[in-house]
Design a protein around this ligand. Structure first.
Ligand code: GDP
Length: 283
């Protein structure tokens, strides 16, 4: 896992974000509720200093509710506003407007003292690829709102989505790449499908998943696949293959197919709501 490269599109995206961040009052950062730390890019703290900060635990429907609450507390203690959301289904979206006002109340108060009234809060959505930025923006903006900027006769500028008289959202989210300096972070990003098979092959990934689940979510594999757990994760994979009739050439077990099945079941929530990292490990 040694990435020396930093492709041009990443440099360009980061530069664009540095430009855009100057225009905004509030950074709305999406993280994956299953890996709230590993799905962050630590650069955002430097980029977003002096801005109001809101963290959204997105895909909260896929993570354990008790852990979602623990993570919300964790980030609140660090000074962030936090909301648990399910952008796909609209869960938590209704509360966002109120939370934005609350998160920006210092700025609003500052404006008021200077005699500036009713200047909308300007916000930008940021996060790693696939964390749900577009889905969230669509859920928040809905169909009702108008785009501003780039009107004919108006100086060409940024596209802002006017959510209401109080909030404008930059229409292009800021993409941050995850940082996987250590194996664990890389592995967790691979589990949720954020990075392809750069870390491990599918069978190894599945075996790591089996080891994790056996320790942290005992009973899940037994129940889902009607298997007995073995100490040996490869043997478990074979048992899943057997139980699900994953076969090659008629009767040989197809552990690769079983691995794909397991990983897909995890990603789509079919193993239940599972959190992969826990706040007590980051205190
Ligand atoms: P972006 O790359 O950050 O813009 O991510 P997208 O908005 O394209 O979302 C990536 C994938 O995650 C899509 O398949 C979405 O349907 C899915 N997704 C987004 N938000 C949620 C969520 O809250 N829950 C679940 N289960 N899936 C979500």
């Amino acid at each position: 896992m040694h990435f020396q490269w930093y492709p041009g599109h990443m440099t360009k995206a980061k530069r664009m974000m540095q430009e855009n961040i100057k225009l905004i009052d509030l950074v709305i950062e999406l993280v994956d509720a299953r890996i709230p730390v590993s799905s962050r890019n630590p650069d955002i703290d430097e980029l977003g200093k002096n801005k109001a900060r809101l963290i959204l635990l997105n895909k909260s429907d896929l993570a354990e509710e008790k852990q979602n609450d623990a993570w919300a507390e964790y980030f609140k203690e660090k000074g962030f506003s936090v909301v648990k959301v399910n952008s796909k289904r609209g869960g938590g979206i209704k509360s966002i407007q109120g939370v934005i006002q609350e998160a920006c109340k210092e700025k609003i108060e500052r404006d008021r003292k200077r005699g500036i009234l009713n200047r909308p809060v300007r916000a930008m959505v940021v996060g790693i690829p696939n964390v749900g930025k577009s889905t969230f923006i669509n859920a928040l903006a809905g169909k009702a709102c108008a785009k501003t900027g780039n009107k004919p006769g108006v100086t060409k500028g940024k596209q802002w989505i006017r959510l209401n008289k109080n909030v404008e959202l930059l229409d292009t989210p800021g993409i941050l790449w995850p940082k996987f300096e250590d194996q664990t972070v890389g592995l967790r990003l691979a589990f949720i499908g954020s990075i392809k098979d750069e870390i491990l092959n599918t069978e190894e990934l599945a075996m790591e998943m089996i080891t994790f689940l056996t320790e942290k979510y005992p009973g899940v594999l037994e129940e889902k696949y009607s298997i007995e757990i073995s100490e040996d994760s490869y043997e478990c994979l074979r048992r899943i293959a057997e139980s699900r009739h994953c076969l090659v050439k008629g009767n040989e077990l197809d552990t690769n197919k079983a691995a794909i099945l397991l990983i897909d079941d995890f990603r789509s929530g079919k193993l239940g709501r599972i959190t992969l990292e826990f706040p007590e490990d980051y205190e």
